[in-house]
Design a protein around this ligand. Structure first.
Ligand SMILES: [Zn+2]
Length: 125
């Protein structure tokens, strides 16, 4: 079990835990897929268009399955840490990430401790 350090500074709401973010994306893909297939029903008179909509909707659902699989892969790479702020076990992906529960910015790199959160820390040089 690792212990992460807290990053300082105010964090804008646009940042959130990466794994959570991808999971939300996968979930919305399923809904979009179902919605596209539903729209296809309105084109019953033109079977080609209806089939097209159903295929696109089906592909969106397949894509979400792939994304879910990808999350599983990422989760194994992510480091489990105990959040110093809320004391819950969360997963950190990359050098800096947010707590899944309280959105506290966390880092595994001691040299970044106390610095302001910046997503560019995750980019490789
Ligand atoms: Zn937390």
């Amino acid at each position: 079990m690792w212990y992460s350090s807290l990053l300082g500074g105010n964090v804008m709401a646009k940042y959130s835990n990466k794994i959570n973010k991808i999971r939300t994306f996968a979930l919305s893909l399923i809904f979009i897929g179902i919605l596209i297939m539903y729209v296809g029903i309105f084109f019953r008179q033109t079977p080609i268009v209806m089939t097209l909509f159903i295929i696109i909707g089906f592909l969106a659902i397949i894509a979400s399955t792939v994304v879910y699989f990808w999350i599983g892969m990422l989760s194994t790479k992510a480091v489990q840490v105990v959040c110093p702020s809320c004391n819950k076990t969360t997963k950190v992906l990359g050098r800096v990430d947010m707590c899944m529960y309280c959105n506290e910015p966390l880092t595994l790199d001691p040299s970044l401790e106390g610095k302001e959160f910046d997503e560019k820390y995750n980019k490789k040089k």
